[in-house]
Design a protein. Structure first.
Length: 198
């Protein structure tokens, strides 16, 4: 007689937003490493070309513009947008998220405020976290320190950051990333509180 498998507890969807320079990618990387929950970063699709060392299906799903447009027309993305006017699109594949949640994974969507609004439309119960470093001035200091953008691109990012900081009301949790390890610990504790509540 076959052994009945225990039903899998569905996972949770986590939105992590924050302006450029807030340290989202590093915080997520440490969270995946140190938090004891079955957390995974949701892999986005993009039309931009792979950078050195990036792998399809691991870092991004790299799609042609035609393929992305077709999937967008078929409503295959939870959210998608053209980023910073460069002509490249990014999106969260709807089916991958549904599969991951059904498998009991806690999926992190590292998306902007506009994307968060879209996802909240279909997943109003997801866990929303906004990460920031205290002020636009501190963001500017961090962005200049990276030295990866010209002045025009930097000012564009700062303008977007000011807009995003006006949308904090969308998020259940606002975490300050002035000390990275503390921010990671706070986010992990927030997530564990949801696990304890289920």
């Amino acid at each position: 007689m076959p052994v009945a498998m225990a039903p899998v507890t569905p996972g949770k969807l986590i939105i992590l937003s924050g302006p450029s320079g807030a340290g989202k990618s590093t915080v997520v990387s440490k969270l995946l490493e140190h938090c004891p929950l079955p957390i995974e970063l949701s892999v986005s699709a993009t039309t931009r070309a792979p950078r050195a060392g990036e792998r399809d299906g691991i870092d991004y799903y790299f799609l042609s513009r035609e393929e992305f447009a077709q999937r967008r027309a078929e409503n295959q993305f939870l959210e998608c947008k053209e980023v910073f006017g460069r002509g490249d699109w990014y999106g969260t594949p709807r089916e991958r998220v549904a599969t991951g949640l059904a498998e009991g994974k806690w999926l992190i969507l590292e998306i902007d405020v506009e994307g968060a609004r879209s996802v909240l439309g279909s997943h109003p119960d997801c866990i929303t976290i906004f990460l920031h470093c205290g002020s636009v001035e501190e963001l500017e200091r961090r962005l200049r320190g990276r030295g990866t953008e010209d002045e025009e691109a930097l000012q564009r990012r700062l303008a977007v950051a000011r807009q995003e900081l006006r949308s904090l009301h969308l998020y259940r949790h606002v975490i300050m990333n002035d000390l990275q390890d503390r921010a990671v610990g706070e986010i992990c504790e927030v997530l564990l509180s949801y696990q304890r509540a289920t």
